[in-house]
Design a protein around this ligand. Sequence first.
Ligand code: ADP
Ligand code: MG
Ligand code: ZN
Length: 478
Amino acid sequence: MYKYEKVIGLEVHVELSTKSKIFCGCSTEFGGRPNSKCCPICMGMPGTLPVLNRRVLEYAIATGLATGCTIREYSRFDRKNYFYPDLPKSYQTSQLYLPICYEGSLEIEVDGIKKKIGIHEIHMEEDAGKLIHDQDDEFSFIDYNRSGVPLIEIVTKPDMNSKEEVIAFLEKLQLILEYLGVSDCKMQEGSFRADINLSVRKKGQKELGTRTEMKNINSFKAIGRAIDYEAKRQIDLLEKGESIEQETRRWDDANGISLSLRSKINAKDYRYFPDPDLPPLVVDKDWVDEIRKRQPELREEKIQRYMKEFKLPEYDAKILTSSKYLADIFEKTVAISKNPKEVSNWIMIETMRLMRDRQVQVENITFSPENLARLIELVEAGKINRTIAKEIFELIFDEDIDPEVYVKEHQLGVVDDRDLLIKVVQEVIRDFPDSVTDYKSGKDKAFKHLMGQIMKRMKGKANPVLVNELLRSELEEL
Ligand code: ADP
Ligand code: MG
Ligand code: ZN
């Protein structure tokens, strides 16, 4: 391996989360009865005419702006001609000659080393339908619900050299799309799919080697495995003096191998030509500026703001912003509770622990920020202790209960009874005269010891804020 280096470029297909399809009004919702979300336009009937969904263009521009691309003022759709049963028109409406965004980049970081990955272009296109082979021995079925779902394709330059860089790039891109709200990026539902173009070359060699392309790998883990396997396969061939075939390969994750699908088809084989049914797109500069102004705060900006505005450590800021959903919960809770570090702890520790335990994805979290804020307030005011608070939080996480009501109903509140607490404080002072002497001579540890004894006698259920106050004043009077 030491003699060779991997060279990797990505083509990432992202399904946009618009309500309707790219050229008709049909719903883009995932799943549902086959062929229940289609019409003559997305089924490619002759004589129909497409009309571009403005939101698709807006989302493509927003993605371009967030990835440092130039937005093309005058762009166009082209027909990519090929026959396949999931493509009833026999061409895919895409962009080849004048894609909407070009020449951008994203900076990634792997093992503390920063690197800029070039983005060649971002173009808009339509998704195809879906063939279903496993329902019958003799027949295949076709579902056109996905036909015409809007896609953007992000094409990188061959700037990555390891699986770690590839995954860092994809994670960063995914997060940008999530923050922009342009896609839900669910790999398992196919709304974020990456094709891996990979070649190898001897270290120090300038020219690129012959590449292969692996399509539609559906998890980051599988991507890592596919890259390792394919690089080794190519190196083994070169070491044997053989050459690499430029081809499209399928990654078989269950068996951990890649298989040849077909030899690579070049752009010229598709007989691309400008689509005569769609007028060229002229993008107004003012509109681009408007979209730029409306761009939401992205992760890097959030990290900086959390550190500055909420005085959070960088560590917290990075974890909280590792998902837009987590950042949303954090911001909404802080707005009520005004205690950023406490909120951050509850999210980073307990929330993330329960997500793991209960196998809940962050976008499916259901508890309301109000209830988490109330819980924090109860702890801060000394009304419940932390052990009980953690137990209650599980109920908030699972069922979004109101902690105040719950504490009252189950009498979980700590003892606030002054007279009772004074009695216990005085008992402990009497029973531990040495600690009292130590305290008087300025030893802070002794105070903690006395506090601990009182809490022990109260079985952890005394209001610590009140005990603290009573103990201090009792000791002062001695
Ligand atoms: P095509 O038009 O045949 O699809 P492109 O030039 O558009 O080819 O490149 C497609 C993808 O392949 C891009 O992500 C690019 O970075 C990557 N790529 C191109 N050449 C190589 C290579 N020699 N090794 C690895 N990746 C490559
Ligand atoms: Mg290509
Ligand atoms: Zn339709």
